[in-house]
Ligand binder design. Structure first.
Ligand SMILES: [Mn+2]
Length: 313
């Protein structure tokens, strides 16, 4: 069941349901996330059960693309209570929405949860990507949300991280955007084909795994050509930072490359992954169901200087 018009948006925003996610309709099978969604009518994560974290980073939700797994994102946003929330680009898929307006109830649920977090005092940051680059014309701190091309996030352990979408460092994106557009449509077709193939074979689990595999290989090639990671690392180093937090290539990854850390939050089309910063400044790459994919330890506290003993005086 699809709601293919924007007519539900204002009503849903003006009249939010009393309980959530009970009011949400079940996720249609075509966008069925590979992870377990909340049972209908149950609020899995009541406020007192939420995991308190320092920061949460999500990217590449692609609202407007029919493969966006926004329902799974609502579950994740319901699971955590961050102090800061960063949207690291491609939140809205302007390329898709421009061709065909598609707005689903889950998208409203994402927006409602963001508003709820804001009311609770969470700081919201948004760095646009290539699919929502129309927002790059509106870079400002609007109070409600701070929209900038890049941020420097200071972790609890003092490390500094550049936060940016990353397409600025994708050579394909910068020099041959037509190729990127063609690839985007091919990718969409691949996702649909893969979903269909799995349906025909009666497979129910992880419908996007094959696709993620193909895409990972293609993207690895692209990233190799454009030296995506290397460019971002160099940028972080140039900005005198200890790491880079990005999205864009839909490959969740934590890597320590030399003295700089590379953290890619992944996406909400195939991987349903996000980056969490804990109170001590350590990071975790998590799936929507809470499974931890990888970790980055906090910087060890500097050893305290040895105290002068009485004998040394
Ligand atoms: Mn992107």
């Amino acid at each position: 069941m699809f709601i293919e018009s924007g007519s539900d948006l204002p009503t849903a925003l003006l009249d939010p349901p009393a309980t959530r996610p009970g009011g949400r309709p079940p996720v249609p099978p075509i966008v069925g996330p590979p992870i377990e969604a909340s049972p209908r009518g149950a609020r899995l994560h009541c406020p007192e059960n939420r995991q308190v974290v320092r920061s949460l980073f999500v990217s590449d939700i692609h609202l407007g693309c029919r493969h966006s797994q926004a329902g799974a994102l609502v579950d994740l946003l319901d699971r955590y209570q961050p102090e800061k929330l960063y949207i690291v680009g491609d939140f809205i898929d302007g390329w898709k929405l421009k061709n065909r307006w598609r707005w689903r109830p889950e998208y409203d649920a994402v927006l409602r949860r963001l508003m709820e977090l804001k009311r609770e005092g969470v700081e919201l940051f948004y760095t646009p990507g290539n699919h929502d680059n129309f927002l790059r014309g509106f870079l400002a701190n609007f109070g409600l949300i701070d929209i900038q091309d890049r941020f420097v996030h200071v972790a609890a352990d003092g490390r500094r991280f550049v936060v940016t979408h990353g397409d600025q460092f994708d050579r394909v994106e910068q020099s041959a955007q037509w190729l990127s557009l063609v690839a985007s449509y091919a990718y969409d077709g691949l996702l649909t084909l893969n979903w269909l193939g799995n349906r025909l074979r009666g497979k129910k689990h992880d419908p996007y795994a094959f696709c993620a595999g193909v895409k990972a290989r293609v993207k690895r090639l692209v990233t190799h050509v454009s030296e995506f990671e290397g460019q971002l690392i160099a940028d972080a180093r140039g900005a005198d930072c200890d790491g880079i937090i990005c999205g864009h290539i839909h490959v969740p990854r934590i890597a320590e490359l030399g003295d700089v850390a590379y953290l890619n939050t992944g996406d909400w089309v195939e991987n349903c992954s996000a980056l969490v910063e804990n109170a001590d400044g350590s990071f975790e790459l998590v799936r929507g169901d809470g499974r931890v994919l990888d970790r980055l330890a906090a910087r060890p506290a500097p050893a305290s200087a040895p105290r002068p003993t009485a004998a040394a005086v």
